[in-house]
Design a protein around this ligand. Structure first.
Ligand code: GRF
Length: 190
């Protein structure tokens, strides 16, 4: 069985769509959900699917408990789904091409530190973009700069509110993230 570890800091709608997608899969499973926020909505979602959860406070993160834990569990893929902390260099070295993230814009546009959630959609709207979308990419040591695995565009109009843009982007995220995860794990040897 291939193991996925989901790392999320927030509400976890992407995490839930992944949990749902793999809930009946016989070869791939979500084996843990990890968050740095004690009351993250993602924990309630994970419970519904009986997936073990781990909360790491700042102290635990500083003491490298996250990396030690992942070194021990050895997930086949570490999936960031709205995880707002930077991934340490040692984790990146230990899991080459095994840590992926989803970003709510067409990278390299609108990426980097502080570019998450509605911050992205607000600037996309302000700049009068006619298209936005999602990017799924490997994680490297710079925010949103890792190799791009997949992108999908969506048209937006000047009448779309930030909330409308967010909904369009979220619909793409929920449709494609699990599919790409499944594809990555299926082509991987072993
Ligand atoms: C998503 O928009 C994703 O692109 C970004 O963080 C957000 C997480 O949303 N990385 P949710 O917690 O999955 O609802």
């Amino acid at each position: 069985m291939k193991k996925i570890a989901i790392l999320a800091s927030g509400g976890g709608s992407n995490a839930e769509s992944i949990l749902k997608h793999f809930s009946l899969n016989k070869t791939i499973s979500v084996s843990m959900v990890i968050s740095n926020k004690k009351n993250a909505g993602v924990f309630d979602r994970a419970e519904k699917y009986n997936v073990p959860c781990l909360w790491l406070n700042d102290d635990a993160l500083k003491k490298k408990i996250l990396s030690n834990y992942l070194f021990k569990v050895k997930p086949d893929l570490i999936v960031l789904a709205g995880f707002l902390l930077k991934i340490s260099s040692e984790l990146i070295r230990e899991f080459p091409r095994k840590i992926i993230n989803i970003h709510p814009s067409l990278l390299p546009s609108y990426g980097g530190k502080g570019m998450f959630g509605d911050n992205v959609h607000k600037i996309v709207k302000k700049n009068g973009e006619t298209q936005t979308g999602i990017t799924i990419h490997y994680v490297n040591e710079e925010y949103d700069k890792g190799e791009i695995i997949f992108q999908k565009k969506v048209n937006i109009s000047k009448n779309d509110s930030v909330n409308d843009i967010s909904k369009k982007v979220q619909a793409l995220e929920h449709l494609y993230y699990s599919r790409i995860i499944e594809k990555l794990l299926s082509i991987e040897k072993g």
